[in-house]
Design a protein around this ligand. Structure first.
Ligand SMILES: Cc1cc2nc3c(=O)[nH]c(=O)nc-3n(C[C@H](O)[C@H](O)[C@H](O)COP(=O)(O)OP(=O)(O)OC[C@H]3O[C@@H](n4cnc5c(N)ncnc54)[C@H](O)[C@@H]3O)c2cc1C
Length: 393
């Protein structure tokens, strides 16, 4: 058992820390307030090679594993970027690069990976639908073959980055649910190039993470070439799990990174703020809940690295899913506690935009809802790890 980062991993962590220091909380305060995409941050992570961490060298990347990507994400988040340090990498590298590395055809790899690694192609994933979020297998978006083309029709919701992405991973039904021998059958994955007149994109005003837009998307007879299908036809669900599990681990890392950042700022502030005779940081009433949340987050981090280690050695999606869901369920609650207490440490100032902690509060609360809700993470553990009967139909 080895708990130390190796030399390359340390290098990635140091580079991430340096980048994050160039994009401090006040930068994100402004981007969030103005609803602006962080172009210069995106260029900086591309220049550092972070968008190609999981891309094999022959396609212009560094050829590292997913674990290295998590290391970069955590240090970006913890050293100033908060959720943004994870978000942009999830959209382009998890949804785009990682999916294509694991399941793309040679033609798809050559087409997309070099551009993603260079930062020339942003990606997004269109899975969720107005009536199919938690119940993913109920998606209704249909892909029908006509000659040598696929015709796609349907509506998606909450598709982050769809307003700017040039590549989209579309999850569609090639066999409708009513005709599928089992629910997981009939799901296929497609890679689409954007913009396209048949794809309408409408950003949804939202609570936080406003440096990236999340959108309603509709496909109205979107025509894609035969080569846009990511094989195997009808069995894409199992490939998609190799995207959804890493997405889950990334958001666990976001919870850890945002919490580290909020805790550091709270500790700094608490040492200089005096209300009665001593600095407020000397009061155990503030120390204990933060210390407890931090300890829990450190445990979740080890568990999350176990999940990424399993993923990198291509363990089954069930093995990865079990550990990833446990890490996520624990990290989110501890992260919410950490940021809550960081906000409490700032007293009334915690409510002011100027101290940033209110933004991290908005960011961390998303992780209870997405990419998977806490209830569904617990359902997974109850059913697939503990053997309880499935509690829903
Ligand atoms: C900001 C943001 C960005 C997003 N980005 C993307 C993206 O880029 N691409 C994409 O495809 N999707 C994206 N999503 C969608 C996200 O993954 C879904 O919102 C999430 O999976 C929950 O689905 P839902 O919103 O439909 O909630 P519902 O499925 O309607 O769930 C509502 C509530 O019911 C509970 N519930 C449902 N079933 C059960 C059960 N069996 N047992 C217990 N409780 C249950 C849920 O836990 C939840 O609390 C994003 C969402 C947000 C908010």
């Amino acid at each position: 058992m080895e708990f130390e980062l190796n030399e390359e991993q340390r290098m990635i962590a140091n580079t991430a820390k340096e980048i994050a220091e160039d994009f401090p909380p006040e930068y994100w305060r402004e981007k969030d307030a103005n609803g602006e995409f962080a172009e210069d941050f995106f260029k900086a992570i591309a220049k550092a090679g972070f968008l190609g961490i999981v891309v094999p060298e022959e396609y212009g990347g560094s050829g590292y594993g997913f674990t290295e990507l998590l290391i970069a994400m955590e240090e970006l988040a913890a050293n100033g970027c908060g959720m943004a340090g994870v978000w942009y990498l999830v959209l382009t590298e998890c949804f785009g690069a990682l999916t294509i590395v694991r399941h793309g055809t040679e033609e798809q790899r050559r087409k997309y990976l070099p551009k993603i690694a260079k930062g020339e192609l942003e990606f997004c994933m269109a899975l969720t639908e107005p009536d199919a979020g938690t119940n993913t297998l109920a998606i209704k978006t249909r892909a029908v073959k006509e000659g040598d083309e696929w015709i796609i029709n349907g509506n998606k919701i909450w598709i982050s980055g769809a307003d700017r992405a040039k590549g989209m991973l579309i999850v569609a039904r090639t066999t409708p649910l009513e005709r599928a021998p089992k629910k997981t059958h009939g799901i296929s994955l497609f890679l689409a190039d954007l913009p396209n007149k048949a794809v309408k994109v409408n950003p949804i005003p939202k609570h936080g993470i406003n440096y990236s837009k999340s959108c309603e998307v509709s496909f109205n007879n979107l025509r894609l070439p035969e080569s846009s299908l990511m094989p195997p036809l009808d069995e894409g669900w199992y490939c998609l799990l190799d995207t959804l599990n890493p997405e889950r681990m990334s958001f666990t890392t976001a919870a850890i990174g945002i919490s580290r950042l909020a805790i550091r700022k709270a500790v700094e502030y608490s040492k200089q703020r005096k209300v009665f005779l001593d600095p407020i940081g000397s009061y155990q009433g503030l120390q204990f809940p933060i210390a407890e949340a931090y300890a829990t987050l450190e445990c979740a981090k080890l568990m999350n690295f176990k999940a990424s280690w399993l993923f990198d050695k291509k363990a089954s999606y069930r093995e990865v899913g079990a550990i990833a869901n446990m890490a996520k369920a624990v990290a989110v609650e501890a992260g919410i506690k950490a940021v809550y207490w960081a906000m409490q440490t700032f007293g009334g100032y915690g409510y002011a935009k100027e101290y940033d902690v209110e933004r991290w509060w908005r960011e961390i609360n998303l992780i209870r809802l997405a990419p998977v809700t806490q209830q569904m993470a617990l359902n997974y553990i109850a059913e697939h790890v503990l053997g309880f009967p499935k509690s829903y139909r």
